[in-house]
Design a binder for this molecule. Structure first.
Ligand code: SAM
Ligand code: SF4
Length: 327
C-alpha cells in the first residue's frame, strides 16, 4: 500500500500515453500546438506496461488512461490488453475527446473497460468549433451517443470558460436529462501552454452551482466517495446527475489519492507542482526495477499537502499545457 507523507492512501494512477492531440482546445494549448516531443521520448508500450506493473505491485488499483488524446496512439489497445491482465488492477478507465474512439468501442466493451470520460465543452456546434479549433462536432456527438447507448458509464467533462460557453451550461443539462450520464463542470486551470495566465476565475464551483440551481431549484446533493474530486447533485426529474470539480479552487486536496505519469515518464504528485523524477530515464539507463521503486517512493514521500503548496514549486506563471500533463 502506498501512503504519502501526509498519510494519504495513493491508489489511483493517471497514465498519459501521448502528448499529441488532434484537437487544439483553446484552454489546453495555443492554436499552433505545443512543442510535441519526439517519438523516441514517449514511453513505449513495453515501458508503459513495465511501469504500470511496478506501480500496481505497490498498490495502485485504478488506472485512468489520458493524454493528449489517447486514441491518436495507434497501439493503445495493445496497452489496454496488457493492463487488463494485471493482477490487482481493479479499474481501467479512459479520458478522451471522443473523436477517434468509434472503431475501438466494441473492443473496449469486450475488455470490460466501461468508464469513459468525454470532454465536451459545448453543445452548440459553432461554440464547440471555436473552442476546439477543429471541425469534429458531429463525430463527437455520434460517438458520445453510441457510448451511452452501448451501456458505458459516461461522464462528460465540461470546463466553464468565461465568455465562451457559459450559455451552454443549462442546455447541456436539458439535453442530457434523458440519459444516465454525469455532466461534470470543471473550473478552468492555468495549464494552456502559456497562451493566457490568470489569478482568479469568474466561474468557480460556487458560481456554477448558483447558476444551475437558479434554473433548476429542485435538486439533491448526492453522496460521493471521499476521494472524489467532484461534488455531485441530481436535479429532480433528470436521469442524469451533475458534478462540480473545483480544480482551480482546490478544495479536495486533503483526500487526494492520485499519482500522474506523463507520456515522457515524468512522475507528478500534484497537477500544480513540478515533476519529481523521470521514470523513463531510470528505466532506460539503469534498467533496474529497484531504482524505479525508490524513485516512486521518494516522490510519494515528498508530496505537497495542497495544490497551493505545490504551486510554490514554480518560480513564475505556468507555461505547461494539459496535453503534456494529462489532466
Ligand atoms: N484529450 C483528452 C480529453 O480532452 O479528454 C484527454 C486529455 S485532456 C488534457 C484531460 C482533461 O483535462 C480533459 O477533461 C480536459 O478537459 C482537461 N483540461 C485540459 N486543459 C484544461 C484546463 N486548462 N483546465 C481544466 N481542465 C483542463
Ligand atoms: Fe486535446 Fe484534450 Fe487538450 Fe483538447 S483538452 S486539446 S482534446 S488534449
Amino acid at each position: 500500500m502506498l501512503l504519502d507523507n501526509h498519510n494519504r492512501h495513493i491508489n489511483y494512477l493517471r497514465l498519459a500515453v501521448t502528448d499529441r492531440c488532434n484537437l487544439r482546445c483553446n484552454y489546453c494549448m495555443p492554436s499552433e500546438g505545443i512543442d510535441f516531443v519526439k517519438n523516441d521520448k514517449l514511453l513505449t508500450i513495453d515501458e508503459l506496461v513495465t511501469l504500470s506493473t511496478i506501480l500496481v505491485g505497490r498498490g495502485i488499483d485504478k488506472i485512468r488512461i489520458t493524454g493528449g488524446e489517447p486514441f491518436v496512439r495507434k497501439d493503445l489497445m495493445l496497452l489496454l490488453r496488457h493492463l487488463k491482465k494485471l493482477d490487482g488492477l481493479k479499474d481501467i478507465s479512459v479520458t478522451t475527446n471522443a473523436t477517434l474512439i468509434g472503431p475501438y468501442i466494441t473492443e473496449l466493451k469486450e475488455l470490460g473497460i466501461k468508464d469513459v470520460n468525454v470532454s465536451l465543452d459545448a453543445i452548440d456546434k459553432a461554440t464547440f468549433e471555436r473552442i476546439t479549433r477543429r471541425d469534429q462536432y458531429d463525430t463527437v456527438h455520434e460517438n458520445l451517443i453510441r457510448l451511452i447507448s452501448e451501456g458505458f458509464n459516461v461522464r462528460i467533462n465540461f470546463i466553464v470558460l468565461e465568455g465562451q460557453n457559459e450559455q451552454d451550461i443549462i442546455p447541456i443539462l436539458e439535453l442530457m436529462k434523458h440519459y444516465p450520464v454525469s455532466v461534470r463542470f470543471l473550473e478552468e486551470m492555468p495549464f494552456n501552454g502559456g497562451s493566457k495566465s490568470f489569478q482568479t476565475i469568474k466561474w468557480d464551483y460556487k458560481t456554477i452551482l448558483g447558476h444551475i440551481t437558479n434554473a433548476f431549484p429542485k435538486y439533491t446533493k448526492l453522496k460521493s466517495p471521499i476521494t472524489s474530486t467532484s461534488i455531485n447533485y441530481q436535479i429532480e426529474g433528470h436521469k442524469s446527475t451533475f458534478g462540480l470539480i473545483p480544480s482551480f479552487s482546490r478544495t479536495f486536496c486533503g483526500t487526494c489519492n492520485r499519482l500522474r505519469l506523463t507520456a515522457t515518464g515524468d512522475i507528478i504528485t500534484c497537477l500544480y507542482g513540478k515533476p519529481k523524477a523521470n521514470l523513463r530515464d531510470i528505466l532506460r539507463h539503469k534498467g533496474n526495477s529497484d531504482k524505479i521503486k525508490e524513485a516512486i517512493l521518494s516522490a510519494i514521500n515528498s508530496r505537497a499537502k495542497t495544490g497551493f503548496e505545490a504551486q510554490q514549486e514554480h518560480k513564475s506563471v505556468f507555461s505547461s499545457s494539459m496535453t503534456s500533463i494529462g489532466g
